[in-house]
Design a binder for this molecule. Structure first.
Ligand code: HEM
Length: 450
């Protein structure tokens, strides 16, 4: 079922094409196109036209309504994460597919449950309490560094938002702090296959790193003459990350710390087995990307929400107890992760639309989080919105493992920023990431007044 709806002023391109094309998102999310599609049908067929040098793909069903997104994600047997992975773009080769399937994100039950259980148990109440404490300390230290004097101008994305997820991840993974910008470069490379600014990211300063970092950098791939790096969704594409993860696991087994990964490596599963080196390395990859990119976009996204709604900004300043509800609403309004993909394992239907076994099914969190059947006046930012059943962190067995840490980081950072300033405003226009997966902010110039 192809949609004939078109985006005004977009050269008569079909809405489905506008929604698919990563380039659309540099101008902002095409919310009007999504709303037209959602009104017309619960599920639409999206052609995968060739973009950014990738070949044409087979196309996919885009699931637009909240109830249908929940129903897809709640049925992993019918809508598999493993069959074709969880990204819209198919892995380039069968080997590349086999590789991503070693990551928990791309596993189905019961295989998925074993790793998930081991990992969940490693976030012990003691480890989480310590992480929360450290997060509050990091947020205060970042603001001490950036918010100095009576007023100032900063790039909120780079100067304020980028470091907190890295510092937190370094604590979770037990990575020495001086190596944390390696995590930044790795996650940029993974996300950067859609945006050339990120593809060959090299923010890490080797002079500051540990000997583990030096060993990893020795095998870092170089960009080709077009500035492209090897496919980061293959093991060969990320040899430096794997070298580092390998050394880190050795170190943690030799000298366990009180970080989550040390606890994980020391654990036995129900059959007495341990997390293998390969499992650890893949978990490290997943955390380095999932725990970084998402929040580094969510934090500026929330800042944009407050800048564009001065009334809401004033309300939150006047009533800090509103913070927990406000975080949920800013997350819903921004929705940092826009889509995830599943593959149908059998003929079925979604919202009355027949789906065939083997079809790609992509859920749109961006659309579901603005579904008027669930959210009254969905385009409005309402910091007191309650209940707020958004799907920012997914739903079902793969529900985000870092949701609590993400909320804690947002709350810690905005509590500090709002307590130290009396006004936040744009200094210039934000610059958005070219991606149909992450709603990313590359630059966010803001002025603040103490
Ligand atoms: C605002 C920030 C974040 C957003 C929007 C977000 C979003 C998501 C979503 C939508 C999923 C579900 C994927 C699926 O259904 O296939 C997910 C899974 C996951 N997230 Fe997050 N995430 C965030 C922060 C974090 C953080 C801080 C961490 C780690 C410290 C993390 C670790 C993970 C992991 C390990 C999974 C895989 C869980 C599984 O497969 O069982 N995330 N995240």
């Amino acid at each position: 079922m192809r949609s004939a709806a078109r985006t005004p002023g977009s050269g008569h391109r079909p809405d489905t094409e506008v929604v698919f094309d990563p380039a659309s998102y540099t101008e902002g999310v095409p919310f009007d196109a999504l709303a037209r599609l959602r009104r017309a049908a619960p599920v639409v067929w999206v052609a995968e036209i060739p973009v950014l040098g990738w070949p044409e793909g087979p196309g996919f069903w885009l699931v637009l309504r909240h109830a249908d997104v929940v129903s897809v994600l709640a049925r992993p047997k019918l809508f598999s994460s493993a069959l074709g992975g969880t990204q819209i773009r198919d892995p380039a080769t069968p080997q590349a597919l086999a590789y991503v399937r070693r990551m928990m994100l791309n596993m189905d039950p019961p295989e998925h449950a074993r790793l998930r259980r081991l990992l969940s148990r490693s976030f012990t109440p003691r480890a989480v309490a310590k992480l929360e404490d450290r997060i509050r300390g990091h947020a205060a230290a970042i603001c001490d560094r950036v918010i100095v004097g009576p007023s100032g101008i900063n790039d909120f994305a780079k100067d304020v938002a980028a470091d907190l997820p890295l510092l937190t991840l370094a604590d979770v993974l037990g990575v020495p702090e001086q190596d944390r910008w390696l995590l930044f470069d790795w996650s940029n490379r993974v996300i950067g296959y859609q945006d050339p600014d990120y593809a060959a990211s090299a923010e890490f300063d080797p002079a500051q790193g540990t000997p583990m970092a030096a060993e990893a950098l020795a095998v870092r791939p170089a960009p080709d003459d077009q500035g492209r790096m090897p496919d980061p969704r293959t093991r060969e594409g990320m040899p430096d990350l794997y070298a580092y993860a390998h050394l880190l696991a050795q170190e943690k087994r030799r000298r366990p710390g009180d970080d989550v990964m040390s606890i994980l490596l020391a654990q036995a599963d129900d059959d007495g087995g341990h997390v293998s080196v390969a499992e650890f390395e893949n978990m490290f990859w997943l955390f380095a990307v999932a725990g970084n990119e998402t929040l580094r976009n969510g934090l500026p996204g929330a800042c944009i929400a407050l800048i564009e709604h001065p009334q809401a900004q004033a309300e939150l300043r006047a009533d800090p107890a509103l913070m927990p509800l406000a975080i949920e609403e800013m997350l819903r309004w921004w929705t940092p992760v826009m889509t995830f993909r599943r593959t149908a394992t059998a003929d079925c239907e979604i919202g009355g639309q027949p789906i065939r076994a083997g079809d790609k099914v992509v859920v749109s969190f961006t659309s579901a989080n603005r579904d008027p059947d669930v959210f009254e006046d969905p385009d409005r930012l309402d910091l007191r919105r309650h209940p707020n059943p958004h799907l920012v962190f997914g739903y079902g067995p793969h529900f985000c493992l870092g949701a609590h840490l993400a909320r804690t980081q947002m709350s810690a950072l905005f509590s500090e920023v709002l307590a130290r300033t009396s006004a936040l405003a744009y200094q210039g226009p934000p610059s958005y990431l070219r991606s149909n997966f992450q709603r990313g902010v590359k630059r966010l110039p803001v002025t603040w007044t103490a």
